[in-house]
Design a binder for this molecule. Structure first.
Ligand code: GAL
Length: 668
């Protein structure tokens, strides 16, 4: 039985192996961690060369000491496996472990995330060190979780990977070259394959590759990462069956299908680095909210971990501005509001050298605890303790936005229509935003998820329809669901082959009561116009020209030669309703449409608190988070009796939320 911590984890990456020559620093760390209400430290992420300085020679004494010290001080250890970066001896003795780029050139030793995913030697070496770690610390009382590797990413194009890819493709297409040629449509440009050995990994930008080949490569890369992870996790699972295992994901990195990968984790975790230092912070807060909801939805709403965030600045942006006081606490509580059971940082103590020596840390080079940053982290820690009751609580959503990683890759690969502007994730956020701004919880799901849990499902730019999804949409609407999709949806199947017989695919024409006549693309700064329920909106980048075949027309184009043609339709089908928003909009239309849809679908905000611009209200369990992302104070009226969970005080008839502040309430 997997044991997850029953408190909010507050901690972060801790690299004491960089400080072994100054043991007094490590004693200081323990004292300071307790002062900052830190209850967890993630150790060993990049420690391979300290753990195995020579092949087969293990040095665990320093880590024993750290684990003991953490335990003595009541701090749990999230123990990492070190595969994210490797010792020089390993690359020197076995050059095959290093990655080969898409031009066939092997990388030199150095950097991190530089390993071949297929290399049997690398997998074996990783298994050996992971086994040794698990055996050594299986019974250690500090061990709370496994952190496998770090931010898996990238790909390798070496001959071993090519061979593995060929085998993967062969299995995928049932050992049938004819099937492969059909699915890859290789008659085009005479690319017919007559032997599996002719298949090679595609180039990222190579336009001479069929997009089906690129999708296969994406799927192969995801599965290589998953099997690499499984190889890492196997000894951990065997030796420590009740310790949860995770690996940290990155925002919207779609080179790996996280939605598939998440099924292999005991708990999802991700690294959150929003740029809350300038620009439109409320806008960026919605983007971050979207990510939290997406990661939470990857395991059916189970709480997740925010494995990294910065305590202050980062170091890799062109200009690394300090976030204003309060932003760190707000970032932490936002994560918890959306389902995080942890607030963790990169990094506890600033390294003295190396690439990240100017990246923010809880403890600066000064080593002092009277810094602004240290004090804010300490405050966050004590707030998280006050919020302990939220641990494990779930967020309940009645609406969902589909944001599907495989669809994202397919959208990136095709050539046509508007090649300049087609960010799929942005489009998903655009349709997610109005719900979040209205205080309505939303899940962010894949097209394979169970729609029946929701009264309303929005599927922006659902270009690819995987097998079975057409029927699923039809059944969902027939049984009473409300389903909206937009332009360029239901265009291709899972091999990126266009559906024949007109769009949207197959029986969806009947479900939506429309057919798509043509698709236009618009030049930047030359938007078109369309109406929706009598109001006018800009049409951006791309739009479908519709013919209504049974659907009610709620909007029509007002510009170009297709003025007067339908641009927004609504169709009753069975007990439900299907909506088609045929053009890309700048956010105004999606806001008005969402307000219309929630009424139609009978969806209510999570609470009766009024939201205002820049303020996000979120309910998790019984806890109501009121987050002000603006730099001016706000006030919200309260209807009923509430207490402030963080201060323990009763609230009056309204609640004031300071600039960039979060209040947490409970209704009595
Ligand atoms: C993360 C990474 C950390 C550290 C951090 C700096 O992506 O996992 O190891 O590099 O970025 O922001």
């Amino acid at each position: 039985m997997i044991k997850l911590p029953n408190y909010i984890v507050h901690g972060g990456d801790y690299n004491p192996d960089q400080w072994l020559k100054t043991p007094e620093m490590i004693d200081d760390d323990m004292r300071l961690m307790k002062e900052a209400h830190i209850n967890s430290a993630t150790v060993g992420i990049f420690s391979w060369s300290m753990l195995e300085p020579e092949e087969g020679v293990f040095r665990f004494e320093w880590l024993d000491d750290i684990m003991d010290k953490l335990n003595k001080n009541g701090i749990g250890a999230i123990l990492a496996t070190p595969s994210g970066a490797r010792p020089a001896w390993l690359a020197e003795s076995f050059p095959e472990v290093l990655r080969v780029n898409e031009n066939g050139i092997r990388n030199e030793y150095g950097v991190r995330h530089n390993h071949c995913l297929t290399s049997p030697v690398y997998r074996e070496k990783v298994r050996i060190i992971n086994t040794a770690l698990a055996e050594r610390y299986a019974e250690h009382p500090a061990l709370t979780m496994w952190h496998v590797s770090n931010e898996y990413s990238g790909e390798c194009h070496c001959e071993k990977c090519q061979q593995a890819f060929r085998e993967w493709v062969r299995e995928y297409y049932h050992n049938d070259l004819d099937e492969l040629n059909d699915k890859w449509w290789t008659g085009f440009w005479s690319h017919r394959i007559t032997d599996w050995s002719q298949i090679n990994s595609p180039k990222e930008r190579g336009e001479n590759h069929s997009s089906a080949l690129k999708l296969c490569w994406d799927r192969f890369v995801t599965e290589s990462h998953i099997s690499f992870y499984e190889n890492e996790a196997a000894p951990l699972r065997r030796i420590t069956p009740d310790i949860p295992i995770t690996t940290n994901f990155m925002r919207m990195y779609d080179r790996i299908d996280y939605q598939k990968f998440a099924k292999h984790l005991d708990i999802v975790s991700w690294d959150n680095y929003p740029d809350f230092t300038g620009g439109n912070i409320p806008d960026k807060a919605v983007y971050t909210a979207f990510c939290h909801d997406m990661f939470r939805s990857m395991k059916n709403g189970q709480p997740f971990f925010m494995m990294e965030s910065t305590p202050s600045i980062v170091n890799g942006r062109p200009v690394n501005k300090l976030p204003r006081p309060g932003i760190q606490t707000l970032t932490a509580l936002q994560a918890v509001a959306h389902g995080a059971d942890s607030v963790q940082y990169f990094q506890w103590r600033k390294s003295r050298g190396g690439h990240e020596k100017f990246h923010g840390a809880v403890v600066d080079h000064s080593g002092r605890s009277d810094t602004r940053v240290f004090r804010e982290i300490t405050r966050t820690g004590s707030l998280l303790e006050a919020l302990g009751g939220v641990t494990g609580a779930r967020c309940e959503s009645k609406a969902a936005v589909i944001c599907d990683f495989e669809n994202s890759r397919a959208v990136k690969h095709f050539c046509g229509y508007n090649n300049e502007r087609r960010d799929y994730f942005d489009e998903c956020v655009k349709w997610y935003r109005p719900f979040t701004e209205a205080g309505i919880s939303v899940d962010v799901i894949t097209m394979d998820a169970d729609f029946d849990a929701y009264g309303l499902v929005i599927a922006p730019f659902l270009y690819m329809l995987k097998d079975g999804v057409e029927e699923k949409i039809r059944e969902y609407v027939r049984r009473g669901g409300h389903f909206l999709t937009t332009y360029l949806s239901a265009v291709v199947d899972s091999d990126d082959l266009c559906f024949l017989g007109g769009l949207p695919a197959g029986s969806l024409k009947e479900v939506f009561g429309i057919s798509v006549c043509e698709t236009d693309s618009l030049f930047e700064n030359a938007p078109g116009k369309s109406s929706f329920l009598g109001k006018e909106y800009d049409v951006e980048h791309v739009c479908d020209i519709l013919s209504a075949e049974g659907a009610a027309v709620l909007g029509e184009y007002k510009s170009d030669f297709y003025a007067g043609k339908p641009s927004f339709t609504e169709n009753s089908f069975g007990k439900g309703t299907a909506y088609y928003a045929a053009f890309r909009n700048d956010g105004e239309l999606s806001r008005d449409v969402c307000a219309y849809l929630v009424k139609k679908a009978g969806i209510k905000p999570d609470t009766n608190l009024k939201t205002s611009e820049g303020v996000i209200v979120r309910k998790r369990g019984e806890f109501i988070f009121v987050m002000n992302f603006t730099n001016e104070p706000k006030e919200t009226e309260l209807d009923g009796k509430y207490i402030d969970v963080l201060s323990g005080e009763a609230c009056g008839s309204s609640v004031k939320i300071g600039e960039e502040e979060c209040r947490v309430l409970k209704q009595l």
